[in-house]
Design a protein around this ligand. Structure first.
Ligand code: IPM
Ligand code: MG
Length: 348
């Protein structure tokens, strides 16, 4: 079990420390953790957010645990040197095209949701976000238009194979869950979305047991706060998935609770919380490590097939939340370290 440990920037290192403690407590056979620099931390030390050494380590490793990237001191750098390019570069270089972002209400936390507790209590959904295409990876730049004005542009595109492969991931995920799939697009306006919808419908013929429907992204954003319980699996493109997954996190109570897995064709995956580096609270010891620890649980399940160990970690997190061991993000006073201690106590 060779795991690349990329803590990154901001609160990344503190949440990663707690995650490593949890992994070590599980007494996993042949656990090998290899730390490396990424993001702003790598830029400051080595001049690049995704140094060659970090990329080659990730290619050798069986799985990657990723904290967060983002550092305000890098905001004025050229785009290719900014911390965010590290995660985008890894997703693309490793062919990690499927991002699974589950959102489920934890017992006892529905009061913390931005939604009414009875609405929030119903949340149990999975966002399947495409991760290698869309406006994220299209040609982009700033040009001078025919009025002599500077004009920014980013090209949105998906080819049919890109849509097909994420469609299969989403339909299969739906088969393992409630057999309902909602594809989110903006086909009333965007050609990219019309093709997306056509291909999703074409692939659906192979999954007659899954009920498929389609929703425009603006409506989906509204439905997600109106009645999130209607969703089982949601499949969408890179940009819409980025936005809807942050929204889903607040429906669950805190962005500090949502884990994610980025997967490609094989078993190698990159596992990261959906939150960012939170520079405003970095170094204060007040970050919530739950999303990072739950991401490690996703790793145990997806990359290593260790279902019972994954469950043990997930149950430990659910149990401490139920015990009201909450950090500042959930209105509590427990530190990152104390939350880690409480989770460890449930595991050993
Ligand atoms: C995420 C993040 C990233 C993204 C950023 C850090 C580039 O917001 O993983 O959701 O936009 O994909
Ligand atoms: Mg995001």
């Amino acid at each position: 079990m060779h795991i690349a440990i990329l803590a990154g920037d901001g609160i990344g290192p503190e949440i990663m420390d707690q995650t490593i403690r949890v992994l070590e407590a599980l007494n996993l056979p042949d656990l090998k953790l290899s730390p490396a620099l990424v993001g702003g931390a790598a830029y400051h030390a080595l001049g690049h957010p995704l140094p060659d050494g970090t990329l080659s380590l990730c290619k050798e490793a069986d799985a990657i645990l990723f904290g967060a990237v983002g550092d305000p001191s890098c905001d004025s750098l050229e785009r290719h040197l900014r911390p965010e390019q590290a995660i985008l570069g890894l997703r693309s270089a490793l062919g990690l095209f499927a991002n699974l972002r589950p959102a489920k209400m934890f017992d006892g936390l529905s009061d913390m949701s931005a939604l009414r507790p009875e609405v929030a209590a119903e949340i149990d959904l999975l966002i399947v976000r495409e991760l290698n295409g869309d406006v994220y990876f299209g040609e982009k730049g700033v040009r001078t238009n025919n009025k002599g004005l500077r004009e920014g542009y980013d090209i949105m595109s998906y080819d049919e194979d890109e849509v097909r492969r994420i469609a299969h991931v989403a339909f299969k995920a739906a088969q393992r869950r409630g057999s309902k799939l909602c594809s989110v697009d903006k086909a009333n306006v965007l050609e990219t979305s019309q093709l997306w919808r056509d291909i999703i419908i074409e692939v659906s013929a192979q999954y007659p047991d899954v009920t498929l429907d389609h929703m425009y992204v603006d409506n989906a954003a509204m439905q997600l706060v109106r009645s999130p319980g209607q969703f089982d699996v949601v499949v969408t493109g890179n940009l819409f998935g980025d936005i809807l997954s942050d929204q889903a996190s607040m429906c669950v109570g805190s962005i500090g609770l949502l884990a994610s897995a980025s997967l490609g064709e094989g078993t190698r995956g990159l596992y990261e919380p959906i939150h960012g580096s939170a520079p405003d609270i970095a170094g204060k010891g007040s970050a919530n490590p739950c999303a990072m620890i739950l991401s490690a649980a996703m790793m145990l399940r997806h990359s290593f097939g260790l279902k019972s160990q994954a469950l043990k970690v997930e149950q430990a997190v659910a149990a401490i939340l139920d015990d009201n061991i909450l950090g500042a993000d959930l209105g509590g006073q427990h530190s990152c370290q104390q939350i880690g201690d409480a989770i460890l106590a449930k595991i050993v």
